[in-house]
Design a protein around this ligand. Structure first.
Ligand code: ASP
Ligand code: MG
Length: 309
């Protein structure tokens, strides 16, 4: 990519881009309708927090650093994700969702994955007292509704791509099974092998994902993975909500505690919840079979590329 980021876009590519963005606009409309129908309150996003998602330790995470902003003697963090805010929001408001812009400074090598951006938007939701099954059912209802609404969308003929055909319910695996079958890089291999999205449970990752009290060392979390090599669609979990367990889990990660002081101060009155977040750009990339997730952004944010604007 040239330093100026001036990508030569031909007429055909411009037409494809228009089609992908028209589809995204309708995806956003249906997503809003869906969460509204399901009784969720939509919140406006927070961009600067006294704490944010550490995104790790997670073998899948590769951010260079979290962006810090110093303002009036206070340090703020640009949102990696609103997970910590979601836990408080769900306590105060019940079922909530947010179209949440996230900045994740991914390493430049990540451009080659086709699915990483340094700025993207996720539909991030959380439900009080929910369990894994509730989240899976909700997400499957969402995709089913979305598939129906988009059936006749003109973007598919412009792009020469078949509209989505989801057959539910989707398969569930554990990371242990998939690692055994495909090795450490199971996500790519399993995604290539499947024809429908599938669930993957029990990831060893962030402190806020609940460790199974009945089976320590196992985690009550999940990813949804797109088929045909498109990879991770969504991640989420049942949450740690008891302050003492949160402190212990955080200590175990070895992450410096300073960015979580504010969160820990208030953690005493969290409630049990579960939720997830799915990237809008990855969803539209999957639906439109775009070569790179940056192809569904008008203002591309691909790691290692300098944007035009
Ligand atoms: N929003 C989180 C993330 O960005 C996912 C979650 O809800 O656990 O990874
Ligand atoms: Mg994640």
């Amino acid at each position: 990519m040239s330093a100026a980021g001036a990508r030569a876009i031909g007429t055909d590519e411009r037409e494809r881009q228009r089609a992908r963005l028209a589809l995204m606009s309708d995806v956003l409309l249906e997503t809003t309708r869906f969460f509204h129908r399901e009784g969720f309150t939509q919140l406006l996003p927070v961009m600067l927090g006294r704490s944010t998602d550490p995104l790790g330790p997670d073998p899948g995470s590769s951010v260079l650093r979290t962006v810090e902003v110093d303002y009036l003697d206070q340090r703020y963090y640009l949102m990696n994700s609103m997970i910590l805010h979601k836990q408080f929001a769900v306590r105060d408001l019940g079922k909530i969702w947010i179209l949440s812009p996230n900045v994740r400074l991914e390493r430049p090598e990540r451009a080659a994955s086709g699915k990483h951006l340094f700025e993207f938007t996720q539909a991030d939701f959380e439900m009080p007292r929910a369990r894994t099954r509730d989240v899976q059912d909700l997400v499957e209802r969402y995709f089913s509704a979305l598939g129906k609404v988009l059936q006749d969308h003109p973007a598919f003929s412009v792009l020469d791509v078949a509209p989505p055909h989801f057959t539910l319910p989707w398969r569930s695996y554990t990371t242990h099974e998939l690692e055994e079958r495909y090795g450490e890089q199971w996500e790519e291999a399993a995604s290539q092998a499947e024809e429908q999205p599938f669930w993957v449970h029990c990831h060893r990752r962030e402190f806020y994902d609940r460790e199974d009290p009945a089976q320590p060392g196992h985690f009550l979390n999940y990813d949804l993975v797109y088929p045909l090599g498109f990879g991770e669609a969504l991640s989420g979990a049942e949450r740690e909500w008891e302050a003492e367990r949160i402190r212990t889990r955080l200590l175990r990660t070895g992450i410096p505690p300073a960015p979580f002081r504010a969160y820990l101060e208030h953690a005493g009155d969290l409630i049990p919840s579960a939720g997830a977040g799915f990237g809008i750009e990855r969803l539209v990339r999957f639906l439109t079979r775009a070569p790179h997730v940056g192809d569904v952004q008008l203002f591309r944010r691909v790691p290692g590329e300098v944007p035009t604007l």
